[in-house]
Ligand binder design. Structure first.
Ligand code: THU
Length: 133
């Protein structure tokens, strides 16, 4: 599946966003190793700090479906003109399941899509050995 297609699925997923507080829709599309795509959207709460980002929503959904290996992630923020990158918490969360060369792309409504990797967004990642105990 092409980058453009995954990004389109992320943009469609943004329509499922539950964001009555920020009114900022975010969609994510996770291409799994088996070729399937799992999408996510941000889910906010009236206790503001409980908001769950689209990226974590997609990953949690995929893991709950038994998927453990991923090929790429796209994030779409149609309510921002510029490309909005995954937040710090999401970078940590995504890094639990992917390697440093994992492709991540993100874009807003201006048509610019940034193509980067987990390693660029989250350098000096550590503590993977804790998962192997
Ligand atoms: N948000 C995401 O879903 N992903 C990001 O990468 C940035 C922020 C959400 C959280 C909140 O619901 C809204 O966007 C505004 O911050």
């Amino acid at each position: 599946m092409e980058d453009r297609e995954i990004f389109k699925l992320a943009t469609e997923a943004a329509n499922q966003s539950y964001s009555p507080y920020s009114k900022f829709r975010v969609g994510a599309a996770l291409l799994c190793e088996d070729g399937s795509v799992v999408t996510g959207a941000n889910v906010e709460n009236r206790s503001y700090g409980l908001a769950i980002c689209a990226e974590r929503s997609a990953i949690v959904s995929a893991i709950a479906q038994g998927k453990r290996s991923f090929r790429a992630l796209a994030v779409s923020t149609p309510d921002a003109a510029y490309p909005v990158s995954p937040c710090g918490a999401c970078r940590q969360f995504i890094s639990e399941f992917v390697g440093k060369d994992f492709p991540i792309s993100f874009g807003g409504s201006d048509g610019t899509v940034v193509h980067t990797t987990m390693g660029e967004l989250f350098p000096h990642d550590a503590l993977h050995e804790l998962a192997e105990r």
